[in-house]
Design a protein around this ligand. Structure first.
Ligand code: DQA
Length: 149
């Protein structure tokens, strides 16, 4: 199973940006945690981060041609604005889980809308960076289940 974890704008600033919302772990710490979890799941892991909407669209499209089996995406602020990312996920039809480190449901009104949610099989928010691991596990279980059909 090939998993792709995509992080959107400002997630490279983890550990520096607003620790009360996003914790003290750095982006590099997150990458290590993801790699260890992928190994446990027996999955191949690809990770990508960009601050640019078009680059994120390009990466989602590439995932289709690479045969990625599942995507975990934290779209950052593009969650609340990007029809382009929604369309990209809908185009590739790869099972995707949306992750937010903070509990967006308890934050500002403008964070209550997710344009991407409609193209995702689940949304995990407010579990810190463990949410990424939960999303990977969920996709791995789905993948194993689909193979048995
Ligand atoms: C976020 C929540 C978004 O509202 C915010 O713009 C982010 C991070 C989260 O992980 O909690 O950049 O996606």
């Amino acid at each position: 199973m090939k998993l792709l974890v995509i992080n959107g704008p400002n997630l490279n600033m983890l550990g520096i940006r607003e620790p009360k919302h996003y914790g003290k772990e750095s982006y590099e710490d997150l990458l290590e945690k993801l790699a260890a979890h992928a190994e446990k799941l027996g999955a191949e892991l690809l990770c990508y981060q960009s601050n640019h909407e078009g680059a994120l669209v390009d990466r989602i499209q590439e995932a289709y041609f690479e045969g990625v089996d599942g995507i975990v995406i934290n779209p950052g602020a593009y969650t609340h604005t990007s029809i382009a990312l929604l369309d990209a996920l809908s185009s590739v039809s790869i099972p995707t889980v949306e992750v937010h480190i903070s509990d967006v449901s308890r934050r500002e009104d403008f964070r209550q809308i997710s344009y991407l949610r409609a193209a995702c099989v689940a949304t995990i928010a407010g579990h810190g960076t463990d949410g990424y691991l939960e999303a990977m596990t969920l996709l791995s279980e789905r993948f194993k289940g689909a193979k048995q059909l």
